[in-house]
Design a protein around this ligand. Structure first.
Ligand code: NAD
Length: 240
């Protein structure tokens, strides 16, 4: 299907992992995509692979000026953005007792401040587009507690809360804002962690990037027109 014909999507952290999967999906279904990331080589290679429908821009999601430059580049290439996926994220392992303030801060800056800045700076582009959809990537760690990754849990819960505030504020502009909460999916972020199938998971298969891209595409498209300020879990039935 061509659900994204005539639409421009922006994916932060789109050079690899889940973000690359979402970027491929937007193009596969007829849309244009702007990929923002720190990983210039991987991002440029992905944009080349996707052809005229894709652009790569260097983006540090923790930096407001970097977002502004990314928005200008996106609009110059394709016009106003109507889909924003705040996907860039990092995780550090560590408990409350042994995590440095620097590590805690860095995880919060990328996952939370990055989502705030993306919404703040790209939001006006969605308004100019006449409305759209913002998808904030939280985690199952933003719905429940998880030991030994304290900054990540705190930041992903905050992303879920930020989503509610944005949904309330942006509804008058016909912008829907939802959060997604993936369980364990095998990507570079999680490759070093323990088994992809968690002990309590009811579906005894590893999660794949496409499982999350299916949800992102649904939330980005008009098929989800009646959902905003909502949270969507895709975790193979790990938390039931
Ligand atoms: P990944 O590490 O493969 O990809 C993350 C991307 O974000 C990378 O390309 C990285 O360069 C980019 N990034 C990091 N810091 C950035 C910054 N300051 N500015 C711009 N880009 C930056 O990870 P992934 O598994 O694809 O995760 C994508 C998102 O999904 C993250 O928000 C992550 O927390 C979330 N998530 C992943 C899983 C999983 O199991 N993989 C589960 C739940 C949630």
């Amino acid at each position: 299907s061509r659900r994204f014909e005539g639409k421009v999507a922006f994916v932060s952290g789109g050079a690899r992992g889940l973000g690359a999967s979402h970027s491929r999906r937007f193009v596969a279904e007829g849309g244009k995509v702007v990929i923002g990331d720190l990983l210039d080589e991987q991002g440029q290679a992905l944009a080349r692979e996707l052809g005229d429908a894709a652009r790569y821009v260097h983006l540090d999601v923790t930096d407001e000026q970097s977002w502004q430059a990314a928005r200008e580049a996106a609009e110059a290439a394709f016009g106003p953005v109507s889909i924003l996926v705040n996907n860039a994220g990092i995780q550090k392992l560590g408990t409350t007792l042994d995590t440095s303030l620097e590590d805690f801060d860095e995880v919060v800056r990328v996952n939370l401040n990055g989502t705030f800045l993306g919404t703040k700076i790209i939001g006006p582009s969605l308004i100019r587009a006449g409305g759209g959809s913002i998808i904030n990537v939280s985690s199952i760690a933003g719905m429940f507690g998880l030991p030994n990754t304290v900054g990540y849990v705190a930041a992903k819960w905050a992303v879920r809360g930020l989503t509610k505030a944005s949904a309330l504020e942006l509804a008058p502009y016909h912008i829907r804002v939802n959060s997604i909460h993936p369980g364990r999916i095998v990507t570079d972020l999680t490759a070093g962690l323990n088994s992809p199938i968690r002990p309590n998971q009811l579906i005894k298969e590893p999660g794949r990037p496409d499982d999350i891209s299916n949800l992102v595409a649904f939330l980005a498209s008009d098929e989800s027109r009646f959902s905003t300020g909502a949270e969507f879990i895709v975790d193979g039935g790990r938390y039931v």
